[in-house]
Write a protein that binds this ligand. Structure first.
Ligand code: FE2
Ligand code: FE2
Length: 192
């Protein structure tokens, strides 16, 4: 499944990530393709988004920040204060500058895979959901998340956003505005 044509990227990924994170990335790629088979969209692009989405995840924080800056991306305060958010912005920046990827939808999918945002494209939604349901995921509600996502993308997004916001708030963490806006569009009950 696209493994051969993206061998260079996959080899690069294997050289940059631990085995655990590499397996996660390949599982996200697989889940993203499965979601396109169910809900439509470009399966090849979904695969590539999955492969590359965490490519900066294990780089040093200063390297992540440097990659973001070099690409001319300005990050807001909540992102700056939330290190787990850096790898998504840095990943998009790396794919653009180091790998020469120009497909803006693909870059956006990587950039927003952690926070989500309002007005997500189909590919952005696919990657966002795939990140929650890859084969190796074993958090407490993963089976519910998988079932909701198999019901519809809307239900999957709603569950994921509620889960994420609840988790962040319960741990006293900041909620990025993009996530709040995504929640207001996809997470809350309709008609309110
Ligand atoms: Fe990530
Ligand atoms: Fe991930």
């Amino acid at each position: 499944m696209y493994r051969e044509q993206y061998k260079t990227y996959i080899d690069l990924l294997a050289s940059r990530l631990s085995q655990k994170r590499f397996v996660h990335s390949m599982n996200v790629a697989k889940a993203a393709v499965q979601l396109t088979q169910r809900y439509g969209g470009d399966s090849e692009k979904a695969y590539l988004a999955g492969v590359l989405h965490d490519i900066m995840k294990e780089e040093k924080p200063e390297t992540q920040l440097q990659t973001i800056k070099e690409c001319g991306i300005i990050i807001d305060t909540v992102t700056f204060q939330g290190r787990p958010l850096w790898h998504a912005k840095a990943g998009a920046a790396y794919c653009k500058t180091a790998l020469g990827i120009t497909d803006q939808d693909l870059l956006n999918a990587i950039s927003y895979h952690t926070t989500g945002r309002a007005g997500m494209s189909h590919l952005e939604k696919i990657l966002y959901l795939a990140d929650y349901i890859g084969e190796e995921r074993d958090y407490e509600d993963v089976e519910i998340m998988r079932a909701e996502t198999l019901c519809s993308m809307e239900r999957g997004l709603r569950y994921a956003l509620r889960f994420t916001i609840n988790d962040l708030v319960s741990r006293g963490k900041a909620v990025h505005l993009d996530t709040v806006r995504a929640y207001n569009e996809y997470g809350k009950d309709s008609g309110e």
